[in-house]
Design a protein around this ligand. Structure first.
Ligand SMILES: Cc1cc2nc3c(=O)[nH]c(=O)nc-3n(C[C@H](O)[C@H](O)[C@H](O)COP(=O)(O)O)c2cc1C
Length: 506
């Protein structure tokens, strides 16, 4: 009977073929073995593995082996290849449709469906100020039979989202309501969570019915179902973030979701998962121990081979430490002072965007800014003249929102905002394209999970960007989570910390 030493203790905790562990005492020391000891009393415990974590119904609903999904990353950073790799690994990926043309999204869906053959995937549905564009996406998702969306940036649910939810819903002969379109809503605030745990808003349902987009029977089911199947509570994360700590918000949102759904008699339970800051196995474990139904990654995936961003950005991400991120103004909601979490190393984006925002707040027009400073903005930040960028901006709005042009011609502060937003909007594309002339202007969304991951894998092959594969990393996170759970349990049962070494990667 092997008495476990330091190395093979690590192995058996991560071994799916060692389902039972025996814990016993010999010479005053608590030991662990995968074989039953013959000459002493023992405790028998189940060796949990990666697939045991998270909510069973969640995994069953989406057909997952592991309770983990990779969140959407705009501009196709969460690419079709990333979604395919996560689906094949027993997880799920959410395609980054934000900032992408409808036909590009359609092509990505075809590629994902063709490669995954029924395995799970999601497409991101982002709240869009342009209701027509949002409805066009929703209709395409329904036409293409997309089984699930990750709904994000919503403050109030839109008609397009409600259309996606209700279209095709029906009641079976046994009374069970079947909803073919699943929604995972990503939220950071209590009042938004409440809207997604509630049924689809009655006014959206009535309007969809009146316009013939849903049937009477679909509308009749609306009061009996929650708008979302699952809610991702998103703590401080890369990109748009409310910057809240996961340990505070997750338990609060789980409790609120439970309380809120008690108001309704749903046939299903709305689950709550955790995103933001997940970059190591231990952070996954922390989330599961606080009650998360599943975990969501983002920043760590951006640095992977399958990510749609440039190799140049992937190299920067592989070298990023936790302190290398900061908050900076973002292109959408620029005028309101909204911010995103970005890398501050090897790029000046955060400083430049902040300066533009300060000029915007202080002056009524670009012309009102002192001449020397205007010159600096044009030469050092925009790298073009204000007027030439305005011409390009006008060409863009002529295609997507022509009414904006005369408004901005009359309102010089608005004109200044639109030109500054050109810089902020272009900077994320320069990052994805790896534009060598715009290295110092790249807007690279990233959260602290990246630095935590880099520290964790230091000294292993995963230190190098070219070895980072999204499916392998997802599985590693979940296996490490299981390893640390068992390790903590055995230590609490009396096993020495020394027995286990430092980590599953060790
Ligand atoms: C580069 C990048 C782009 C993102 N774009 C989107 C997006 O378009 N839609 C969305 O719902 N979330 C977006 N997110 C958030 C992620 O889906 C995910 O929820 C988040 O990154 C998880 O937190 P973490 O960054 O701490 O891992 C983005 C995150 C990053 C890092």
């Amino acid at each position: 009977m092997p008495i476990v030493n330091r190395e093979n203790s690590l192995c058996i905790l991560a071994d799916e073929n060692a389902p039972i562990l025996y814990v016993f005492t010999r010479d005053g020391e608590t030991l662990v073995s995968s074989e039953k000891p013959e000459d002493t009393d023992f405790y028998q415990i189940r060796n949990l593995n990666a697939g045991d974590f998270g909510d069973r119904e969640f995994k069953k609903t989406y057909g997952l082996k592991y309770a983990l999904y990779g969140g959407a990353m705009a501009n196709g950073i969460a690419s079709a290849d990333m979604v395919i790799a996560l689906g094949r690994a027993g997880c799920m990926g959410s395609y980054g449709s934000g900032g992408q043309r409808l036909d590009t999204v359609a092509q990505a869906i075809d590629k994902i469906k063709g490669a995954l053959c029924g395995k799970p995937y999601m497409i991101n549905m982002l709240s869009n100020r342009n209701a027509q564009m949002e409805m066009a996406l929703a209709r395409m998702l329904v036409e293409k039979d997309v089984p699930a969306v990750e709904a994000s940036a919503y403050i109030v649910p839109s008609e397009a989202l409600v259309y996606y939810r209700l279209r095709g819903a029906y009641r079976q002969a046994d009374g069970k309501i079947v909803i073919p379109h699943k929604i995972i809503a990503k939220v950071s605030r209590e009042e938004v969570l409440e809207k997604f745990v509630s049924p689809p808003p009655a006014e959206c349902v009535a309007s969809l019915l009146a316009s013939g987009l849903i049937t009477e029977s679909e509308a009749a089911l609306a009061p009996m179902i929650p708008l979302a199947d699952d809610i991702t509570a998103e703590a401080d994360s890369g990109g748009h973030t409310d910057g809240r700590p996961l340990v505070s918000m997750l338990p609060a949102l789980i409790a609120l979701a439970k309380r809120k759904q008690a108001e309704f008699c749903y046939q299903q339970r709305v689950r709550v998962g955790a995103g933001g800051g997940i970059g190591t196995g231990l952070s996954c474990l922390g989330a599961f121990e606080m009650g998360a139904a599943y975990v969501v990654t983002g920043s760590v995936n951006q640095g992977c081979v399958e990510s749609g961003t440039s190799d140049y950005v992937k190299q920067i991400l592989a070298e990023t430490a936790m302190a290398d991120v900061t908050m900076a103004p973002c292109a959408d909601m620029f005028e309101m002072g909204a911010k995103v979490e970005v890398i501050k190393k090897k790029t000046m984006y955060a400083q430049n965007a902040q300066k533009l925002y300060e000029y915007y707040v202080k002056y009524p027009s670009f012309e009102a800014i002192p001449a020397q400073e205007r010159d600096r903005i044009e030469k050092k930040i925009l790298k073009d003249s204000f007027e030439s960028i305005w011409q390009g901006t006008k060409d863009y709005f002529a295609k997507v929102d022509p009414a904006k042009i005369p408004q901005a011609e009359r309102n010089p502060k608005m004109k200044m905002a639109l030109v500054f937003r050109w810089y902020l909007g272009s900077s994320s594309r320069w990052a994805v394209q790896g534009d060598p002339d715009r290295k110092f202007d790249m807007q690279i969304w990233c959260g602290q999970a990246m630095g935590a991951f880099n520290l964790w894998v230091k000294g292993t092959p995963l230190e190098r960007a070219e070895n980072r594969h999204v499916g392998e990393i997802a599985k590693l996170l979940m296996h490490s989570c299981a390893y640390h759970y068992m390790r903590n349990l055995l230590i609490r049962m009396g096993a020495s910390d020394e027995l286990f070494g430092s980590d599953v990667l060790a």
